[in-house]
Design a protein around this ligand. Structure first.
Ligand SMILES: *Cc1c(COP(=O)(O)O)cnc(C)c1O
Length: 379
């Protein structure tokens, strides 16, 4: 495919291509690395913006049986798309009042605090059934999960044991993207001590970064998110395959005289005669304003720096490095692709791949390259 003459043009400013076969390769890579642990998939925030309704069923077809979202509302549309033996966990736990809906949907809450456990237990008692749950313990991140005392109390509670089936005990690493950070070993020790309170219950500690730590971190189940979607799981060379590419359409080109200002606030001034191109994506499409005068787009191997601020719906590029006439209205430039990785774009914006992916808006023409590699398919 020639990415510079993409068609058809649906009249949108940007085109997002999601390579499901690369995503499948990334899943296999992690599953092989962490075997015999089970490899789950974190598909919260619409699979990091890439489309949970496409991603989760594909991974299920590959054998993935454990999925994580943040909210019950994310789980409800997804459950009917998954096989009956798949488990879908709600990372943010059980919101007050959501107990019945959660149980009726068949979603599994991650119990993060004693009140959540108490409400789940009460529903189980009322219905006369034992309800499944994951139990999260805080191993040092101080974000979600039971304290050591709370975990001990829960583990010792006969009512809890009678009414709740703990199918997973889990915690989350704060520094897994920095493999030699001392907090990793400390959290592993703390987690092991807390998980020992729940004998026989499978354990899960590792996110993407954790999946690339030593096997002691993998437990019985790993929970990768970003690495599936091609983001670097740790600082350093990224072992994952790129999943996302993003191209933007050129609206117009112009030549400006020395001294001309560009964009809001005229924050870019042409020092010499400068050729500019305006592309049809902006911060409303998830390209951070922080890219103003910092980031770039690419065209046929040539880097085209962003000139001036990022507008809501457009960005100006300095295209002086290209031969005159090389870039025309209707051409497409690369923002994420072979010349500029997701992580590079994120670093230029002073952020992380996670934030870029989850910000990509709905104004893109979306194309999925299917898992069989059979080619381009419009969403
Ligand atoms: C988001 C999340 C993950 C996935 O993290 P990645 O760094 O994207 O792999 C795993 N576990 C929990 C608890 C999370 O909140």
């Amino acid at each position: 495919m020639d990415r510079y003459s993409l068609s058809p043009d649906l009249g949108l400013g940007g085109r997002l291509t999601i390579d499901l076969s690369a995503l499948a390769t990334n899943y296999r890579h992690i599953a092989a690395r962490t075997s015999p642990a089970r490899a789950a998939a974190v598909v919260k925030a619409d699979a990091y913006g890439l489309g949970a309704e496409r991603v989760a069923p594909m991974l299920a077809a590959m054998g993935c049986r454990d999925f994580f979202v943040a909210h019950l509302a994310e789980a409800i549309p997804l459950l009917p798309l998954l096989p009956p033996d798949a488990r879908l966990f709600i990372l943010n736990g059980l919101a007050p009042g959501a107990e019945r809906l959660c149980a009726d949907a068949g979603a599994i809450p991650v119990l993060n605090a004693p009140d959540q456990a108490a409400r789940w237990r009460a529903l189980a008692a009322q219905r006369g059934v034992r309800l499944p749950a994951a139990v999260q313990v805080d191993s040092g991140m101080s974000r979600l999960g039971l304290t050591a005392d709370e975990a001990a109390a829960l583990a010792a509670s006969a009512d809890f044991a009678a009414q709740v089936d703990p199918v997973l005990v889990m915690s989350h690493l704060a520094c897994a993207d920095t493999p030699d950070h001392g907090a990793n070993a400390a959290q592993h020790r703390a987690f092991t001590a807390l998980a020992d309170r729940f004998p026989g219950v499978p354990r899960a500690l590792a996110n993407s970064g954790g999946a690339f730590l030593s096997s002691g971190f993998h437990g019985d189940l790993v929970r990768p998110g970003i690495a599936l979607y091609g983001g670097a799981p740790f600082d350093g060379d990224n072992p994952m395959r790129a999943v996302v590419s993003l191209d933007a359409r050129v609206i117009q080109t112009r030549t400006v005289a020395p001294g001309a200002g560009v964009g809001y606030g005229l924050s870019f001034t042409a020092l010499s005669q400068t050729r500019l191109a305006t592309i049809a994506v902006g911060y409303a499409d998830g390209l951070p304003r922080a890219l103003g005068n910092r980031g770039a787009a690419w065209f046929k191997g040539v880097r085209l720096p962003i000139a001036g601020r990022v507008s809501m719906d457009s960005i100006s590029l300095d295209i002086s490095a290209l031969p005159e006439g090389a870039l025309q209205p209707g051409d497409w430039v690369e923002l994420i692709g072979p010349h500029q990785s997701l992580d590079r774009l994120a670093a230029d914006a002073g952020t992380i791949s996670y934030e870029i992916l989850t910000s990509l808006g709905s104004r893109y023409e979306r194309h999925y390259l299917d898992a069989a590699g059979a080619g381009l398919e419009a969403a």
